[in-house]
Design a protein around this ligand. Structure first.
Ligand SMILES: Nc1ncnc2c1ncn2[C@@H]1O[C@H](COP(=O)(O)OP(=O)(O)O)[C@@H](O)[C@H]1O
Ligand SMILES: [Mg+2]
Length: 346
């Protein structure tokens, strides 16, 4: 799933993972986010699967294939933590020669295939959910592709479900040229007006509160269907309303308060993560509204050469504030950022 920040990718990813769990799948979930100084992928995979496997162990007798998956998992995790801290609770000898080469590509493939075999015994599959997937390193992306590719060839039910910025298909294709055919891509954008309106009215209806038409229309329009904005404006409107129903006036007050809260939180925190030089770069981008902008044109507006502003651009990408939808193009990762920037005092 690809899309800007705040469209609901993480919510969807969690929902899918939860449903897979309920269906008895072996499920792991990790977050690649580099800007948060996250832990290495292999370590995170070990940690999330440790939990999933211990849960699965409790629920039934350990069949041969499951025992083998546990042993392969143990090899995999010992490779990232030789002290065995990530294999706690899995009292089984590691499987020699499985998932222990130290090459993530080989090891993740072994692990995926053995997990799938264990899950298949229970009429299910194995899935690894990866959030902020565009932040994986090239080696990690290549390993994910390789594991999925081989699992597919052997008809093993091992899947990777990822969520990331719209740059994700591009970085995957760079890691492995066959990535484009390997995955299904679902672009996630703003909600359609009807869905946006349901997001406001349905939870309220559950507690017998009605949104008047004018109130719904105002919030849906101002949020442009972006789930995160719906959430902010909806919450502020709810907090303001005296009831019994939610009126257009409540919505206008809520939108004002919500905009204020976005400006001071969501947008401001992004703005403050940028250095003065990076802010100048984003100001030059903001001339194109929500964008995207041509990188060359942004440099020209700054009166600099593209190569001279390259490091600034790279830092902004690293911080997750902008991304490159395609080569030579640059865009904000959140809707409305350009508008916020133009409202800043210079
Ligand atoms: N389908 C939805 N309907 C209403 N609100 C949603 C929906 N999906 C997400 N949200 C709201 O938007 C916020 C951001 O969603 P999130 O999944 O974190 O976005 P992303 O991962 O794409 O940045 C959530 O905390 C929630 O408040
Ligand atoms: Mg997210």
């Amino acid at each position: 799933m690809t899309g800007l920040r705040g469209v609901g990718k993480t919510v969807l990813l969690n929902e899918l993972a939860e449903r897979a769990r309920q269906d008895g799948w072996i499920v792991g979930k990790v977050e690649a986010d580099r800007s948060q100084g996250g832990r290495p992928f292999r370590e995170q995979v070990s940690q999330t699967l440790n939990r999933a496997l211990r849960e699965a162990m409790g629920s039934s007798q350990i069949a041969d294939k499951f025992r083998r998956a546990l042993a392969t998992f143990k090899s995999f995790s010992l490779r990232t933590d030789p002290n065995g801290g990530l294999a706690i609770g899995i009292e089984i000898d590691p499987e020699r020669g499985r998932a222990d080469t130290g090459s993530l590509q080989t090891d993740l493939t072994d692990l995926g295939i053995d997990l799938a075999a264990a899950a298949a015994d229970r009429g299910a599959g194995a899935a690894l959910f990866i959030d902020e997937m565009q932040d994986l390193t090239e080696e990690e992306l290549a390993a994910v592709c390789q594991a999925c590719h081989e699992a597919g060839q052997r008809e093993a039910q091992f899947y990777v479900v990822g969520a990331g910025l719209p740059s994700l298909p591009g970085v995957l294709a760079e890691a492995r040229s066959y990535a484009e055919r390997l995955f299904d891509y679902w672009p996630i954008g703003a909600l359609a007006a009807g869905d946006a309106s349901d997001a406001l009215t349905r939870p309220a209806a559950e507690v017998d509160v009605e949104w008047q038409g004018a109130a719904v229309d105002a919030v849906v329009e101002r949020s442009a269907g972006y789930p995160y904005f719906l959430q902010e404006f909806g919450k502020a409107t709810w907090d303001f309303a005296l009831g019994p129903s939610i009126t257009g006036d409540d919505a206008h007050a809520g939108i004002r308060a919500g905009t204020d809260s976005l400006d001071h939180g969501f947008f401001r925190s992004r703005w403050e993560r940028a250095t003065p030089g990076e802010r100048d770069y984003m100001k030059a981008m903001a001339a194109d509204g929500d964008g995207p902008s041509q990188s060359g044109e942004v440099a020209r507006r700054l009166g600099r050469k593209s190569t001279a502003v390259g490091p600034t651009r790279a830092q902004l990408i690293y911080k997750g504030l902008v991304y490159a939808p395609e080569h030579g193009v640059i865009a904000f990762t959140v809707p409305g950022m350009a508008d916020f920037i133009t409202r800043q005092p210079t």
